[in-house]
Design a binder for this molecule. Structure first.
Ligand code: ATP
Ligand code: MG
Ligand code: ZN
Ligand code: MG
Length: 472
């Protein structure tokens, strides 16, 4: 990829979130992640090109120096900042505009700075020779997987119903989504295969912005709202079916859709519980399911027949959950510490640098949050360490997991097509996939965002207390 000879025709719209828009290269396994601004600022970019460059560099640093050490390097691809020709970026923004979902168009792509983050395309992994069957990639934005147990929590409901489930009522009440998702993160993070299965089924039913499927690098399933209405369950089945025709399924020439979806979910659950690569890592000391059952989840507790399993400690879910749990005080306990830091910075503005409030995100930043004393000694350093921990936890509550499934085990023996067919035919096991698991979207959350988090928390809880508890 030569940065001075960029051609917008080599790139296509890939997806977007709230803060960035992503385009993928049509041949190379690369994506560009560009910043977005509120549409009303489109004539006046909120930052200079130098500031944009520094912002993206700080995203790279936060991901590679802080989050990767907490989440595990093997899951993280931090990418690099690139400087693109402005004409290329302008043409690109025109080219992708018509493919953007309407509900995302309150923001526009940054066409002024020429800066972008260049990353490997995790939906078309280069971990295999081009096969007949393209890889399937599943993106899950799992959100917060535990209930707060902080003594600062003022409303009892927060210790019983998880944040995601409460937030769903708020989002429907405010028109963000038409229907509530019945997905509950506590089920996904439980490590119990039945509960995880149940959680993923609800992600498929109501994907919102928490679930997407890519085939051969292209999105084939995501939220129906506002975008392609061809993305329904039938078309998903049509895509998945060829991957799950084996053994008994193949004898019954008409495999039920339900069987296909069940097999798909089973493969996904196994990948999520694995050590992250290859064909299932060693399942060692699982950390207990213990604390976590959300009262809003429709999963029937009685159905957990074999007791709790917990998450294997080297699994992607366990690493994400551990990092989320650095939020030990809950926003209600954290906010007074935020105020302490804020007051200190008003009195001593130069301290902002020493305390690394806006970075740099490096080893020293990581140590500040890891060496935080257990007790509050009233110092600003304690408060800063807690704020840093909280921000890191917020990033872990907002990240996405990408699971890439490549069909067929990589067999070294010379097995010809016929032999393989016979083996698959005779076996009634689900087909083997090799998989790789990554974590994406690891941006630092701004220090100044904390007061907004407190207000949002209060709104969500009061909305749930008024409407949700009555209609669970
Ligand atoms: P959010 O609103 O969740 O914070 P965001 O604006 O920070 O999102 P990302 O989640 O990083 O943006 O990217 C938007 C989408 O682009 C992702 O959901 C994913 O589908 C796709 N994407 C991002 N990075 C990659 C990558 N390296 N490979 C493939 N697809 C990617
Ligand atoms: Mg995202
Ligand atoms: Zn829940
Ligand atoms: Mg993000």
């Amino acid at each position: 990829m030569e940065l001075d000879k960029m051609d917008e025709n080599d790139w296509r719209y890939h997806g977007e979130g709230n803060k960035s828009l992503v385009v993928s290269h049509v041949q190379l396994s690369r994506v560009l992640r560009l910043l977005k601004y509120p549409a009303e600022d489109s004539e006046n970019p909120p930052q200079t090109p130098e500031q944009a460059f520094r912002q993206i560099q700080s995203i790279v640093d936060f991901s590679s120096k802080v989050m990767s050490s907490l989440l595990g390097e093997k899951f993280i691809h931090s990418g690099e900042v690139v400087k693109l020709p402005l004409e290329f970026v302008r043409q690109l923004s025109i080219r992708v505009q018509h493919q953007r979902p309407a509900w995302r168009c309150d923001k526009v792509m940054d066409i002024y700075s020429g800066c972008a983050l260049c990353l490997p395309n995790l939906t078309s992994p280069a971990l295999h020779q081009p096969t007949h069957t393209p890889p399937l990639c599943i993106e899950i934005k799992p959100k917060c997987g535990f209930l707060p147990s902080s003594k600062h929590v003022s409303k009892d409901i927060k210790t019983k119903v998880c944040r995601f489930c409460m937030h769903q009522h708020y989002k429907v009440a405010n028109g963000k989504w038409k229907r509530r998702s019945l997905y509950c993160p506590l089920d996904l993070f439980s490590g119990n295969k039945q509960r995880m299965h149940f959680a993923i089924r609800h992600l498929i039913e109501e994907p919102q912005n928490n679930f997407k499927i890519f085939k051969g690098g292209q999105c084939i399933y995501s939220s129906k709202e506002g975008s392609d209405d061809s993305m329904d369950l039938n078309s998903l089945l049509h895509h998945l079916r060829p991957y799950f025709l084996y053994g008994n399924n193949r004898i019954n020439s008409h495999v039920t859709g339900k069987a296909v979806v069940n097999d798909f979910i089973q493969v996904l659950v196994n990948a999520l519980l694995s050590g992250g690569g290859g064909d299932g890592g060693v399942v060692t000391d699982r950390c207990g399911e213990g604390r976590s059952f959300c009262e809003a989840s429709l999963f029937n507790k009685e159905r957990i027949r074999h007791g709790s399993q917990g998450l294997p400690s080297d699994s992607v879910l366990s690493r994400i959950l551990q990092t989320q749990m650095l939020d030990t005080l809950d926003i209600e306990g954290l906010h007074p510490l935020y105020r302490r830091v804020e007051q200190h910075l008003q009195d001593f503005p130069k301290e902002r640098t020493r305390l690394q409030i806006d970075g740099p995100y490096n080893q020293a930043f990581l140590e500040k949050l890891q060496k935080c004393p257990a007790e509050d000694d009233g110092s600003v350093d304690f408060a800063v360490a807690k704020v840093h921990q909280y921000r890191v936890a917020m990033t872990a509550k907002d990240c996405s997991i990408m699971v890439a499934l490549v069909p067929g085990p990589e067999e070294e023996e010379e097995e010809d097509e016929g032999q393989r067919w016979l083996r698959d035919f005779l076996s009634s096991r689900p087909p083997a996939f090799s998989y790789s698991v990554s974590i994406l979207d690891l941006d630092p959350k701004p220090f100044d965002g904390i007061p907004r988090q407190l207000r949002l928390d209060q709104r969500i809880v009061s909305c749930y207390s008024r409407t949700g508890a009555a209609a669970p």
